[in-house]
Design a protein around this ligand. Structure first.
Ligand code: DC
Length: 228
């Protein structure tokens, strides 16, 4: 079972992806965390983002590991725990920039396919291109979205809870900037797969969205049983 969850930043993909993975006993793969790890590696290397060949080399050599249960997932970069470090807005912007480089995408997509297909029961992946590029034949595809104000509000509250020094206005501006880059890049821009179920989470509670998603997964499982 491969479940793809795509959508813009702050739409609730990771929270809901983790909940689904836990409920269905599937592996959870946060693909954004992989782009963030590469972004952090580039920032630390001192290499300029415009040097695409060097950035791709960093991506190729980076050992990125996601370890643990969905709720307590830890991200390691070359053996170092970077779980907290990759959540800053600076690293988010760096991730968004490195994700425009085709060679970086090729490397990470290959890694994501390997992890997804080798998970014993299946995998829930969240990102921007899961249903369109990484697993175009995913069993279930969701596209979660919400108005930018609602997404910025959620991200801002998460950042505050993490102890980051930020403001709502700053978060809103960053979300808009990231949206713009994610939808306009030439390679695998954020787009809705034809067969994705679109859910606007702006006015829905977490449990309402979770119920809807669970119901759709249940229906798919039923259909699969009936046809096999
Ligand atoms: O989901 P996130 O905010 O952690 O993702 C960080 C950046 O990585 C995001 O701005 C776009 C990029 N990304 C991507 O291009 N493709 C993915 N599958 C996941 C993330």
């Amino acid at each position: 079972m491969i479940i793809a969850i795509d959508g813009p930043s702050g739409a609730g993909k990771s929270t809901l992806g983790k909940m689904l993975a836990k409920k269905l006993n599937l592996l959870y793969l946060d693909t954004g965390a992989m782009y963030r790890a590469v972004g952090l590696a580039v920032l630390e290397s001192g290499v300029g983002f415009e040097d695409k060949a060097k950035v791709a080399e960093i991506a190729e050599n980076a050992k990125i590991e996601l370890i643990g249960e969905p709720d307590s997932l830890q991200i390691y970069l070359n053996g170092r725990d970077v779980t907290r470090e990759i959540r800053t807005n600076e690293v988010g912007q760096a991730a968004s920039i490195v994700s425009t480089i085709s060679e970086v995408r090729r490397i990470l997509v290959e890694h994501q396919r390997t992890i997804g297909t080798s998970a014993p029961n299946g995998c829930v992946l969240d990102g921007r291109d899961i249903g369109t590029v990484v697993f175009p034949k995913a069993d279930v595809k969701f596209f979660l979205t919400a108005v930018p104000e609602a997404r910025a509000r959620r991200r801002y509250e998460e950042d505050l809870a993490r102890g980051l020094d930020t403001t709502y206005e700053k978060t809103f501006a960053e979300i808009k900037e990231r949206d713009e880059r994610d939808v306009s890049r030439a390679d695998s821009p954020l787009s809705i797969a034809e067969d994705a179920v679109v859910i606007d989470t702006s006015e829905l509670s977490l449990s309402e969205v979770f119920e809807r998603m669970s119901e759709i997964v249940r229906e798919t499982e039923k259909e699969r049983c009936e046809t096999s």
